[in-house]
Design a protein around this ligand. Structure first.
Ligand SMILES: [Cu+2]
Length: 346
């Protein structure tokens, strides 16, 4: 059906300079039955717990305790959803998303295929779409053809707290045999579009390595910066964001607290394609939700167009706050081409 495999480097995925966190054969793997879609059967869910992760002081973004475990994908052909939650280990209570920094499903070549974070705890592709994990991995060199799950907690507000928590990850998936007919599900591939700033620019963090494994250093540019009090708009222009003409069917944006919006504009067409406006908890400078984009129809991305991503922060404190702005889009190639991520991100 497809036009062969296109070698897609992880050009716009985030870089992890050194694997600081050991890969542990831990976590609890459960398989749950799920409800079936109309044209595919046997929706399945794996549940994996990461932890214990002790929250006993303030941890800002990328500073909290974390765990990485190996993910056995031997029976996973398609991923249709990825959800994360933080639970209190003793009571089983689900904690607010303010205690969730981020989670991810990552290939050993550092390509992060699925990322959740504060306010975007759920990836749920539109019905009839899925990420073809097995096909993607078949394009990755054998020695890197492994997958891990990662989760990190966060605590911006409660210095007095002392709780043992865990991050629970749900992975909704399908096996090939669940598809009632060939082509019952459309392939989605990820592109990550981070805003980056010059490391040496005023206001940026001086030592990127100190921020831990997730610090997205891209040459002399970093995906992490500090926002001074007041409003700030950052943008970045990208070209060749997709290897083939495509339509986007799912998207999320990652922002830290005091983020206001993130938007994607097609500069060639002059069209605003998607904007997401942060929803804060009532009366608090705490992200409640960053609404996702989800559509069976989608919007187009063209291989030869130029795009701009833009993010606004409004820092209401009298001191600088940490910031990031990344957009993760899931696109379906119009010609049904097959994409892989054979190379480590630059
Ligand atoms: Cu971040």
């Amino acid at each position: 059906m497809g036009a062969g495999t296109i070698s897609r480097s992880g050009l716009f995925t985030m870089r992890q300079p050194h694997p600081v966190w050991p890969i542990l054969l831990a976590g609890i793997g459960l398989v749950l039955g799920g409800c079936a879609g109309s044209h595919v059967g046997g929706g399945r869910t794996k549940v994996i717990d990461l932890g214990p992760l002790r929250i006993d002081r303030v941890f800002r973004s990328m500073e909290g305790p974390s765990e990485r475990v190996r993910f056995d994908y031997s029976d996973v052909d398609w991923v249709t959803g990825f959800r994360t939650e933080v639970l209190d280990i003793q009571t089983g209570e689900r904690l607010s998303e303010e205690f969730f920094c981020h989670g991810q499903l990552q290939i050993d070549n550092q390509t992060r295929l699925l990322v959740t974070a504060t306010g975007i705890s759920e990836i749920a592709f539109p019905e009839g779409f899925g990420l073809p994990l097995r096909q993607i991995l078949s394009g990755v060199p054998q020695e890197k053809r492994k997958v891990s799950l990662f989760g990190m907690v966060l605590n911006n507000h409660h210095p007095e707290m002392d709780r043992l928590t865990k991050i629970r990850i749900y992975i909704d998936y399908l096996r090939e045999e669940d598809l009632k007919e060939p082509g019952a599900i459309k392939r989605l591939y990820k592109v990550g579009l981070p805003i980056t700033v010059a490391v040496s620019s005023p206001g940026s963090k001086g030592n990127p390595e100190s921020a831990g494994e997730e610090f997205h250093l891209r040459g002399t540019h970093s995906a992490h910066w500090m926002v001074p009090p007041g409003k700030q708009i950052q943008n970045k222009i990208y070209s060749h964001i997709v290897p083939v003409d495509s339509t986007v069917h799912f998207g999320v944006a990652h922002l830290h607290n005091f983020g206001v919006y993130m938007r994607l504009t097609d500069l060639t067409d002059g069209k605003l394609l998607w904007q997401t406006d942060v929803v804060n908890q009532p009366g608090r400078a705490q992200i409640a939700q960053i609404p996702a984009y989800r559509s069976g129809t989608g919007f187009p991305l063209y291989k030869d167009h130029e795009y701009e991503i833009e993010a606004m922060y409004e820092n209401l404190l009298d001191q600088p706050v940490d910031a990031m702005a990344s957009m993760y889009l899931y696109y379906h190639p119009l010609g049904d081409e097959r994409i892989s991520y054979p190379d480590a991100p630059p």
